[in-house]
Design a binder for this molecule. Structure first.
Ligand code: DP6
Length: 408
């Protein structure tokens, strides 16, 4: 008998929904809250939603009168349902559903049901990628569908994890600060769809590293408390940068897009250094990548690749499709795979690109020592769509009894 299911008869009247949700990578960073409880930011931010073909979270939620309590399984393991942010999202969805009960016939007994939630990522959490954004976006989207809630629910995803609100939309997305005290206008909005800029490509460079030193929530709290630079950034830098960035996206102006992306990443990491005690997210490989990108751009006299780093050492590069062969060749040359990270899997994701022969001139301009094995692998992807509902029951993570199909 596995998990005590053998004697179990299928639960009656179960409603189930399965969704996937994307990762997003900010080009104007969110760092710092003005309200911890409601997760209201000190500055607006802007991000690119990545394709779910390469990176996504998947969640199944089920509701049944037969369930005795709310339960959650993450990546195969049951977790406490009492986590405050999880409770916040569940509570907000139920509150909205209760409000709409009278106008929504399909609601039926749903409000009296307990829910089971099962979620997983299709990428290693240990890779330090923005898993909480995709995870909370997926949870909120699935619950909203289950409870028949239409319209924007990014203000609920925001209360799970700030950056999650931007994963509720595809393409190019901004998260506005909002003015209302209850945070109802601090929401995400799409500024351009995923197919607006088809030449734009993304390389997620997974750097060999240990566990994240300081989590984002705790890190930004200390920054807001101790850094003078973060105040200056929020008041005097981000507002105009956000406008410039929005314009650059609308005009598909890669020079401006790339320059602001790199400057904003650097300023975010400068505020981390200005935190007391300081927070270091970048490691030697990250710095190596920063030098490589600047020297490469300098060689060509224009921005051909732009880096950005979140709360960890992994780099995300934005570039145009035409420059992929050269940029990938540079990574192969300066971060060659070792037997531990086999050549075959070094670049994953979108179909492999023919590498360009690197000129001696370019190698000379870059002038770095190759660093074998310091990059684990690269995920080649592009901008993608908003969360999706999966209708094939085979893709559900919960079985007909509302229990995980696989558990570790
Ligand atoms: C560096 O959204 O993870 O990735 O709201 O506390 O959950 P919480 O923080 P989180 O912070 C993300 C910070 C960032 C920048 C960004 O994505 O804008």
């Amino acid at each position: 008998m596995e998990n005590g299911r053998a004697n179990m008869k299928p639960v009656t009247g179960t409603s189930q929904v399965t969704c996937t949700a994307p990762v997003n990578i900010a080009v104007i960073k969110y760092w710092g809250k003005r309200d911890e409880r409601l997760v209201l930011p000190i500055n607006p931010s802007l991000s690119v939603t990545l394709s779910q073909d390469q990176l996504c979270a998947r969640t199944t939620v089920a509701a049944s009168l037969d369930f005795k309590k709310d339960r959650i399984w993450l990546n195969g393991q049951e977790q406490s349902i009492d986590a405050p942010r999880l409770q916040k999202c569940l509570g907000e969805i139920r509150r909205l559903a209760r409000k709409r009960k009278h106008e929504e016939e399909r609601m039926g007994d749903l409000l009296g049901c307990c829910v089971h939630i099962c979620s997983e990522n299709n990428f290693p959490t240990a890779a330090g990628l923005a898993s909480s954004a995709a995870g909370y976006a997926c949870l909120v989207q699935s619950l909203a569908k289950l409870f028949h809630i239409d319209g924007d629910v990014s203000h609920i995803a925001r209360q799970g994890s700030g950056s999650a609100c931007r994963s509720m939309y595809g393409g190019f997305v901004e998260w506005t600060m909002g003015k209302m005290e209850d945070g109802s206008d601090s929401i995400a909005k799409q500024i351009a769809p995923a197919d607006h800029w088809p030449e734009l490509r993304v390389l997620v460079v997974v750097v060999n590293a240990g566990k994240k030193a300081v989590g984002s929530t705790e890190g930004m709290q200390t920054t807001v408390k101790t850094s003078a630079l973060i105040k200056y950034r929020a008041e005097h830098v981000v507002p105009s940068r956000q406008e410039e960035m929005r314009q650059a996206v609308l005009e598909r102006d890669f020079q401006t897009f790339g320059e602001i992306t790199m400057k904003d990443s650097n300023q975010f990491h400068a505020t981390c250094l200005d935190t007391y005690p300081p927070i270091f997210y970048l490691n030697e490989t990250s710095k190596h990548i920063i030098h490589l990108v600047h020297r490469y751009n300098q060689h060509h006299g224009k921005i051909r690749a732009a880096y950005t780093f979140d709360a960890g050492p992994n780099a995300v590069l934005y570039l145009l499709q035409e420059d992929l062969p050269e940029v990938l060749a540079l990574f192969h040359h300066f971060f060659p795979a070792t037997t531990n990270n086999s050549e075959r899997q070094f670049v994953r994701g979108l179909p492999d690109v023919q590498r360009k022969e690197l000129s001696a001139d370019l190698l000379d301009s870059v002038g770095l020592e190759p660093s074998p094995g310091s990059v684990q692998y690269i995920i080649h992807t592009k901008a993608g769509e908003d969360p999706q509902v999966l209708t094939d029951p085979q893709q559900a993570l919960l079985d007909e009894n509302g229990l995980p199909k696989k558990q570790t």
